[in-house]
Design a protein around this ligand. Structure first.
Ligand code: EPU
Length: 343
């Protein structure tokens, strides 16, 4: 028997966003399957209320209460498909915990997502910002996404190409509300080379024999490296990198490098990507804190909610950081997490 969606009112979202901002949803529903999702969306449409799709709440900042219906995606399940001697496709329902899926794949001997260990959030949220770390992005393995198309009201399967992935960006991020992701499918391999080139990871594994490493060894190394620098949201509420690493053109870069020869950068085919953490650090923000919010003392790209900070506190600090980086370096920082709720 299938149950309709159980909508609750005035639900606290504090434990459902990793920044631990104490806001409420006017209406809230746990979604366990596609039927419940369609029914809940019909109710929202009938009542003319806004909807918000919530996964692990690890990449958004609540500016205020959400005056509408929060659809908390709790669809579970994972399975292997198209298993050959080398590759297999891992299908993950949107509500699966991302890190658990990484460990599951690595323990099964499959390679491709081990560098993405410990990224908070759900599988369904992973394509939205095309999660990435230690030289790997989700789009490197993503085969397809199954989603409810809210325009046609049909469940559709989108190829990776349709998702228009870019650095921390996708069609889903640019067009919120069009698709609600139900399942993702990743093509993994037993033999693909491990990606050990990112500096922090290379340093950590410098004594290891690269030939003998398993994907689980790499996942564990990534976990150790992340734990050294990135705060655990359970103890220091945060949303990971708060800004994207900015891309500037070659001419602006040359000017900047003249004034700041130590600037940390990554050359691209078109322009230069700067380490936002370096810019923020050099502007003197690392370890800064006021009564409620601050900047992490080991990674300047991470904003922390130290003590009952509101979304407004977080956004005001982010604005101060942007302004000082703009003044010192002439570079614009773009906020990475989504900002939702009443301002
Ligand atoms: N740096 C500083 N000060 C700091 C931290 C870093 O000067 O406080 C400099 C260092 O020179 C360092 C460089 O900045 O070499 C880059 O730092 P890091 O390697 O920590 O990476 P990042 O560019 O700051 C990105 C991702 C992270 C991801 C790491 C590792 C973005 C916005 N962030 O950070 O992703 O874990 O690389 O791959 O691309 C996230 O998106 O939430 C996230 C944590």
């Amino acid at each position: 028997m299938s149950y309709g969606p159980q909508i609750r009112e005035q639900v606290s979202l504090k434990d459902l966003n990793t920044m631990a901002i104490a806001v409420k949803a006017e209406q809230f529903v746990d979604i366990e399957n596609a039927d419940q999702l369609v029914q809940a969306l019909d109710i929202a449409r009938e009542q003319q209320v806004e909807t918000l799709v919530l996964g692990g709440g690890s990449n958004l900042v609540f500016a205020g209460n959400f005056e509408g219906l929060v659809l908390h995606i709790a669809i579970r399940g994972r399975r292997w498909e198209q298993v050959t001697d080398d590759t297999a496709v891992l299908a993950l329902a949107a509500g699966e915990n991302w890190h658990d899926a990484v460990l599951y794949a690595a323990r099964s001997g499959y390679r491709g997502i081990e560098n993405l260990a410990l990224i908070p959030g759900t599988a369904g949220a992973a394509p939205v910002q095309n999660i990435g770390a230690y030289g790997v992005e989700l789009c490197d393995t993503l085969e397809s996404v199954t989603a409810l198309d809210w325009d046609s009201r049909h469940v559709v399967t989108l190829s990776a190409e349709h998702c228009q992935f870019a650095y921390r960006d996708s069609f889903f991020k640019r067009n919120p509300g069009r698709y609600i992701i139900l399942e993702i499918r990743l093509r993994l391999s037993r033999t693909a080379p491990l990606k050990l080139g990112y500096r922090d990871l290379q340093d950590y594994l410098s004594d290891a024999d690269a030939e003998k490493l398993s994907p689980l060894d790499v996942a564990e190394a990534v976990m150790a490296v992340r734990r050294r620098k990135l705060p655990d949201p359970e103890t220091l509420p945060n949303t990971g990198s708060f800004f994207k690493n900015p891309v500037i053109d070659q001419a602006q870069f040359e000017q900047l490098q003249k004034c700041f020869p130590d600037v940390v950068f990554y050359p691209l085919t078109d322009g230069v990507k700067l380490a936002a953490a370096w810019l923020i650090d050099q502007a003197g923000w690392k370890g800064f804190r006021n009564a409620r919010v601050g900047i992490h003392n080991r990674q300047a790209l991470v904003l922390i909610n130290h003590s009952q900070g509101t979304g407004q506190d977080v956004l005001a600090l982010a604005e101060d950081v942007r302004e000082s980086v703009r003044e010192k370096f002439g570079v614009e920082l773009e906020v990475e997490p989504g900002i939702v709720g009443a301002r």
